[in-house]
Design a protein around this ligand. Structure first.
Ligand code: PPS
Length: 287
């Protein structure tokens, strides 16, 4: 299935094959001891999943190196032909489960709210997300056709890429964090001081880990360590889903790569859009 078109689910563009499983996403049964990891795509999802799983694994004999990250932390809305869907994988999984989603606040299944599930949100600056997403659209070929970079950037600005507008996503979850049990983290803060951010996650999860263990987790979840680990770098995914010869999943892992991709005109256009979109919000990003 190469670059199937996106479909709309309650007004939000989503990968075509994912839309086919939407009924199961809507009726998904969350459990009170689930931990939900929520992000806009390309914002550090895999990184935070690995960190949370490492924290849980302290008391878990299975360890983290025995299975790929997408098996340890199933992706709720994932659905691709001939592969187990996220909802089916999660139904089979013992508690406590860690669940990944890219859904905006409005589309999160009701049972997460009913069961008062704790949520970790990670946000990343809009320009680096756009660049990372463009490369990902090309290699993860179950995404729609990305077009040229200029065309992709226009779609991103217009909120036509999968999972809709970046701004609605980060703002929606930011407002939710003011009234729900949401730990709101930033990718750039994780790059700046990973042990500090891991300590926030440990505390949020109600755990108590030694300084040495936190440092060990930081070392196991560095960009280099994760890029080299087949269980976190997505190289075990069939090439019919992700083609790493087009772009690796673990690509650069830095802040500011947008400067290598945006033209001056694109940057000016983007800044205007950004100011318009974010004027009503007290969120601030470093890019
Ligand atoms: S996805 O497909 O939406 O789940 O992708 P996601 O995991 O959110 O984002 C992938 C980007 O995160 C970078 N990444 C990291 N950066 C720094 N340190 C670590 N440990 C790390 N792990 C993943 C990854 O390289 C992608 O960013 P880009 O800019 O493309 O390199």
């Amino acid at each position: 299935m190469i670059h199937p078109p996106a479909k709309l689910v309650r007004g939000m563009p989503i990968l075509g094959p994912f839309a086919e499983n939407w009924e199961n996403v809507e009726k998904f049964q969350a459990r009170p001891d689930d931990l939900l990891i929520c992000t806009y795509p390309k914002s550090g999802t895999t990184w935070i999943c690995e960190i949370v799983d490492q924290i849980l694994a302290v008391n878990n004999a299975e360890g983290c190196k025995n299975a790929a990250i997408f098996e340890r932390v199933p992706f709720l809305e994932y659905a691709v032909p001939n592969m187990i869907s996220g909802t089916a994988a999660l139904d089979q999984r013992a508690s406590p489960r860690i669940i990944k989603t890219h859904l905006p606040v409005e589309l999160l299944p009701k049972s997460f709210w009913d069961n008062k599930v704790k949520i970790i949100y990670v946000a990343r600056n809009a320009k680096d997300v756009a660049v990372s997403y463009y490369h990902f659209y090309q290699m993860a070929i179950v995404h729609p056709e990305p077009g040229t970079w200029d065309e992709f950037l226009d779609s991103y600005i217009e909120g036509k890429v999968c999972f809709g507008p970046w701004s609605t996503h980060v703002k929606g979850w930011w407002q939710m964090a003011k009234k729900w049990d949401v730990l709101y983290l930033f990718y750039e803060d994780m790059l700046e001081d990973l042990t500090r951010e891991i300590r926030k996650v440990v505390k949020f999860m109600g755990k108590d880990l030694s300084k040495e263990l936190v440092e060990k987790i930081a070392s196991l979840t560095s960009f280099k360590a994760m890029k080299e680990n087949k269980n976190s770098n997505y190289t075990t995914v069939p090439s019919s889903v992700m083609d790493h010869s087009i772009s690796p999943f673990m690509r650069k892992g830095v802040c500011g790569d947008w400067k290598n991709q945006f033209s001056v005109a694109q940057n000016e256009k983007f800044d205007k859009y950004y100011q318009r979109e974010m004027a009503d919000c007290d969120l601030s990003f470093r890019s």
